[in-house]
Ligand binder design. Sequence first.
Ligand SMILES: *[C@@H]1O[C@H](CO)[C@@H](O)[C@H](O)[C@H]1NC(C)=O
Ligand SMILES: *[C@@H]1O[C@H](CO)[C@@H](O)[C@H](O)[C@H]1NC(C)=O
Ligand SMILES: *[C@@H]1O[C@H](CO)[C@@H](O)[C@H](O)[C@H]1NC(C)=O
Ligand SMILES: *[C@@H]1O[C@H](CO)[C@@H](O)[C@H](O)[C@H]1NC(C)=O
Ligand SMILES: *[C@@H]1O[C@H](CO)[C@@H](O)[C@H](O)[C@H]1NC(C)=O
Ligand SMILES: *[C@@H]1O[C@H](CO)[C@@H](O)[C@H](O)[C@H]1NC(C)=O
Length: 432
Amino acid sequence: MRSLFYIMLVGLLPSIGMAKNECGDVGSRLYRMLQCHKKTDKHLLCGLLKYCGDTGTNNSVTDCRDVLNDGKSAQSGVYSVVVDGAEHDVYCEMDLHGGGWTVFQKRFEGSVDFNRSWADYEAGFGDLNGEFWLGNSLLSQLVAQYAENDLLIRMVEFDGEVHYIMYRDFLLGNASTDYTLEFGSRIGGNATDEMAVHDRQPFSTPDVDNTEYQDDCATLYNSGWWFYDCFEANLNGLYLPATHADIWQGIIWESITGDRGSLQATDMMYRPSWADYEAGFGDLNGEFWLGNSLLSQLVAQYAENDLLIRMVEFDGEVHYIMYRDFLLGNASTDYTLEFGSRIGGNATDEMAVHDRQPFSTPDVDNTEYQDDCATLYNSGWWFYDCFEANLNGLYLPATHADIWQGIIWESITGDRGSLQATDMMYRPSLAN
Ligand SMILES: *[C@@H]1O[C@H](CO)[C@@H](O)[C@H](O)[C@H]1NC(C)=O
Ligand SMILES: *[C@@H]1O[C@H](CO)[C@@H](O)[C@H](O)[C@H]1NC(C)=O
Ligand SMILES: *[C@@H]1O[C@H](CO)[C@@H](O)[C@H](O)[C@H]1NC(C)=O
Ligand SMILES: *[C@@H]1O[C@H](CO)[C@@H](O)[C@H](O)[C@H]1NC(C)=O
Ligand SMILES: *[C@@H]1O[C@H](CO)[C@@H](O)[C@H](O)[C@H]1NC(C)=O
Ligand SMILES: *[C@@H]1O[C@H](CO)[C@@H](O)[C@H](O)[C@H]1NC(C)=O
């Protein structure tokens, strides 16, 4: 077994053994590879040749989910992100529903006036550590970075009662569409939907009425918002007491506040949808997930595939494990993982419990178990209840305080450790 493994790795794949020398210090970046194989490609595991491709640029932190995923921090607060080559500060909400949310509206005391001009709403206003509107221009750039984003709205009443609502497919058009709002179906939360009528509406402010309707809603209701004729929700309305005399004034979500109430606090935020585990994400020359959809097609090309996993500890120690009969079901099976017996390597098997498990993400729990493992452990993975290996967990230091967080292979990292680098790859079995 040992010599077979040696031949496979060193005989056919010299780049594995040489990767560290060629690349020097691979740095703090994590390499996740579910890599390419074409029938015509004689270089098995061709993707490994890209192991050295990282240029060490800082362009990967494009929103708060990257801040969380890169293990930079799991504390809510202000972080710098890079969008279209420019640095911007954003407020990241790291505690709610798995964290990684970029907040674009926050109100809780009425110290910041939201009855503002088009130019103010476009550029943003307020204080990122207090109440603010991030700005339509930056928000439209941020959400355009991913094909799919989730929108989360949190609302707090003056008696402390909290309400949430979450939608899929959130997008904000750019200035050419007057920052038209778009979102898809509701995917969670316990508030009644009041946003549906605001879908596909352009943004209006007291000085720029973009509605098709006669009323100048933004002027009447002292707010910049995606008004129609006029609204069922107006979270940018005047900051008023819990109940008051003026009808339809205040921070309104009709089913909660009625027409003469107002909310105590709100925040609105988005994060890239975990649907990008299906589509793939990252940079093939850096860190990435190839994508469940393509991977399931790739492995279906051959009757038998081998799966190889490489793991590197922070002290440089390398571990391998290899399995036969690797397959990934298609979307109809929620990308269920399948593999057969272990055929090589020197790591203890931690994947056996993950065999025949469907893929789950923080927004789609496909496990049969009660715990929402993907949300608890911040990852898309073939969770069961919950895991012995989670190579898509948070990028954390070698040892850290949070139990079961991090990039974990239990027999190597224990429950409070994390790996420095991993890659996962397959090739058609030599038995084909
Ligand atoms: C990356 O960011 C660090 C810290 O902000 C900085 O010192 C370094 O020069 C940056 N590297 C590149 C390639 O921009
Ligand atoms: C809202 O702003 C408009 C335009 O500046 C102003 O005329 C109006 O009085 C303001 N509303 C309130 C309640 O202050
Ligand atoms: C809504 O859900 C949140 C989070 O689960 C919970 O804290 C809150 O009490 C719920 N609110 C209502 C009104 O059910
Ligand atoms: C705005 O978006 C439209 C459609 O998505 C695009 O064609 C246009 O180039 C964008 N304009 C700017 C200034 O980015
Ligand atoms: C596992 O095997 C690889 C390849 O033969 C070797 O480089 C590595 O040092 C081994 N690791 C351990 C922990 O034995
Ligand atoms: C998914 O896989 C099942 C079983 O292998 C197959 O019957 C079905 O046609 C596949 N669906 C798609 C969309 O490829």
